[in-house]
Design a protein around this ligand. Sequence first.
Ligand SMILES: Nc1nc2c(c(=O)[nH]1)N[C@H]1C(S)=C(S)[C@@H](COP(=O)(O)O)O[C@H]1N2
Ligand SMILES: [Mo]
Length: 196
Amino acid sequence: MQDDAPAGAAEGRPRIPPGQYVTQRWPVLHYGDVPKVDLATWRFRITGLVEDPCEWTYEEIRAMPARTITRDIHCVTRWSRLDATFTGVPVRDLVARARVKPEGRFVIVHAEEGWTTNLPVEDLLREDNLLAWAADGEELTPEHGWPLRLVVPHLYFWKSAKWVRGFEFVAEDVPGFWERYGYHMRGDPWKEQRFQ
Ligand SMILES: Nc1nc2c(c(=O)[nH]1)N[C@H]1C(S)=C(S)[C@@H](COP(=O)(O)O)O[C@H]1N2
Ligand SMILES: [Mo]
């Protein structure tokens, strides 16, 4: 496992994106109830515009080489949490196995109970991004997305789907759950891409 410096720290920009305040707590935010997850039938699937559609059991995911990162996270509701630590499998490692076709330019991230969010492929495949099962050295709580959550620290935290179950690669950007209610298609906190 490795734990390297926060991205952006050396770039000379302020640490807190515009319009954010720092919280020591880790708020819980989601739509609906915490889903019940049955690990016996749980699968993580990569589908859509890929050469090799893939699926993994939870045990298989947990057996993969893990990485730990420490990053600041920024919620569109204006809280930022500094130096949050996550452990999981790099998104890139999983997606490499499926081999995305050149026309697969966007991803629909699927979570339990039909919740989705959308990302451009370049944002999904950033080196920092994890499919995480632990935070701050402990197993994630169900409220924070156990058994597996996406962590995309460079975008607003709503893109970091909790209870994630798959990636579907598509040619055109498709708005996800919050994006259909006006949240931004990309969500860069440094550009304050909150709504559109
Ligand atoms: N499956 C799912 N993932 C989700 C959400 C949701 O409603 N459902 N909410 C998002 C939003 S709006 C935020 S801010 C973060 C909050 O993560 P946290 O509760 O661990 O802080 O989860 C994101 N992931
Ligand atoms: Mo959010």
